[in-house]
Design a binder for this molecule. Structure first.
Ligand SMILES: [Zn+2]
Length: 541
């Protein structure tokens, strides 16, 4: 205030009339300067006038001291309000994020392999077991925490390993196996005696009986995935080449640098040309664009040449005159190349995107690759022909094809695939259950019903008759996918499902360089289906 001038109106304390609230100007020391800032104080009501100089001086002093707070009360109030509301908003935002983190993110964070606190937990606990849906132990730890995998290579990718960065269920269920819900008195006793508590058990959705059948029947590298369509539970997940997780620490460098990418889980991360299994998608789009598709007919002369590019039917077969359903059942490349040439490119892309191409697959698994489907307005005819029969630039993972089969089986509704079923304490008392989750209807029920008819025809009259005549009803599509210029080398595929009463199972089988899908992939699907339904029959006896 010393250098700032002021000009205020105050009550003239010397004037008798001030009683009625009259005002007088008091000028500051340099009030005559131009541009002085004027600060006005409105009415000041003083009820008593006193001529006592001492008192008057004191009152003047008090008044001047009061001026500063009063002058900007309003603007300061606004400032205070702004600051207060800012911090209040910040506080509320923090509370919301904290709740969100607690509910949705904390487990992810705690379960992260980068979380150093988990290592601390691991020091004080014997890592819990991993078991299949019936309690068959797939991984366990000794009292000095040496991990062992009784089925060694069979679950190399599905169960994974708990060292070298972890993988599979060992990674996804890590957090649960490092906590103990043993009886609390037992835990207290252990703590007092400095004995490690036994961690909780992760119960998977895997079915050891089916896994064994799938694994033993795989003659080639590749993958088998089976899912329960109504729940999304993964029953089987095998991949070859494999490795022994019991010795992973000693061999990790060699395994991770090898040319065969043995550590890669081909079921979820392997990207393959879908071959003729992709005709499921081409057929769905064709049916969508042509309500009278069932009446369409095609003439197959064994080969079709467009722009100097020739497509042939498998093994030089000539299918002759066929309906659309027959062409699907025969897996006729000529009919489907012709269909591909007439499809709406945007519509086809939309259909494939709806069926989960070009996006992260909705699963609860840590590592899945994204399937790829690429066509646009500029795509040439020759590529359209190849795309329609599952060649060209399209790439899929086996689990993705299994999810498509699963959704068709489940009236178009896709359930989120998952492998962690529940957590129990080491004595089998339930601690936590993971529920099924509906992702979306990726097809309408009408679409699912329609394509199911075609997939049934493949089993009764087409390329998958190996599945016919069982005591369950099977549906599917075979594939023989070329992946290089050597026409004799092709990947064998089968994608489909089987039903009996209210029990269903969907499957995708891929055998690298396995040749014909009918000969190499269908028998594996049959072995798994047979086992699945015989187990159910056995449990009913
Ligand atoms: Zn043909």
């Amino acid at each position: 205030m010393s250098k700032k001038d002021y000009n205020v109106e105050v009550i003239d304390l010397n004037n008798d009339k001030s009683k009625k609230g009259r005002k007088k100007k008091i000028n500051g020391p340099s009030s005559k300067k131009k541009g002085d800032k004027k600060i006005n104080v409105e009415k000041v009501d003083i009820k008593k006038k006193k001529n006592n100089n001492k008192k008057r001086n004191r009152r003047d002093e008090d008044f001047v001291n009061d001026i500063e707070p009063n002058i900007s009360n309003k603007s300061r109030n606004v400032q205070f309000a702004v600051v207060m509301y800012f911090f209040l908003a910040l506080f509320i935002a923090l509370c919301i994020y904290f709740c969100y983190f607690l509910v949705f993110k904390s487990d992810d964070f705690i379960n992260s392999p980068y979380n150093a606190r988990l290592e601390k937990l691991a020091e004080n606990i014997i890592r819990g077991d991993i078991v299949d849906k019936n309690g068959v132990v797939l991984a366990s730890s000794s009292s000095d925490n040496v991990r062992s995998y009784p089925y060694s290579n069979m679950y190399a990718h599905a169960i994974g390993y708990d060292s070298n960065g972890m993988s599979g269920v060992e990674l996804d269920g890590n957090f649960y196996m490092l906590r103990s819900h043993a009886f609390f008195l037992e835990r207290i006793k252990n703590d007092l005696m400095n004995v490690k508590n036994k961690g909780d058990t992760v119960v998977t959705t895997l079915d050891h009986n089916l896994q064994e059948v799938a694994y033993d029947n795989m003659e080639y590298d590749g993958a088998v995935v089976a899912i329960e369509p109504k729940t999304g539970k993964i029953l089987v997940m095998t991949a070859k080449p494999d490795f022994n997780p019991n010795t992973i620490s000693d061999n990790y460098k060699k395994l991770s640098q090898g040319e065969t990418s043995v550590l890669l889980n081909r079921a979820t991360q392997g990207l393959y040309a879908p071959g003729s299994t992709f005709k499921i998608l081409t057929a769905l789009e064709y049916l969508q664009e042509n309500p009278n598709a069932a009446q369409s007919t095609f003439d197959c002369k064994g080969k079709l040449t467009v722009d100097n590019y020739t497509i042939r039917c498998y093994h030089g077969e000539v299918h002759g005159h066929q309906t659309f359903m027959e062409a699907f059942g025969n897996s006729c490349n000529i009919a489907f190349s012709e269909i591909g040439l007439g499809l709406n490119k945007n519509g086809f892309t939309q259909m494939c995107n709806q069926l989960l191409f070009n996006k992260k697959l909705p699963t609860r698994l840590s590592n899945t690759s994204t399937s790829q489907f690429k066509i646009d307005d500029s795509t040439k005819d020759t590529l359209m022909m190849q795309t329609a029969i599952g060649q060209g630039e399209t790439l899929v993972t086996p689990i993705h094809m299994c999810m498509i089969a699963s959704a068709i089986c489940n009236d178009g509704k896709l359930m989120e695939p998952y492998m962690l079923d529940s957590v129990t304490n080491y004595k089998g008392i339930n601690v936590k259950t993971f529920n099924s989750k509906t992702i979306d209807s990726i097809l309408t029920q009408a679409q699912a019903d329609q394509i199911e008819e075609y997939m049934r025809y493949v089993v009764t009259d087409g390329t998958a008759t190996g599945l016919n005549g069982s005591n369950y009803t099977a549906y599917g599509k075979t594939g023989t996918a070329e992946f290089n210029d050597n026409k004799d080398e092709a990947h064998a595929w089968f994608v489909g499902y089987a039903k009996k009463d209210d029990k269903e199972i969907a499957i995708a089988v891929l055998q690298e360089k396995g040749g014909s899908g009918s000969k190499t992939a269908v028998p594996i699907a049959k072995a798994v289906f047979d086992k699945y339904f015989s187990e159910i029959d056995k449990s009913k006896e």
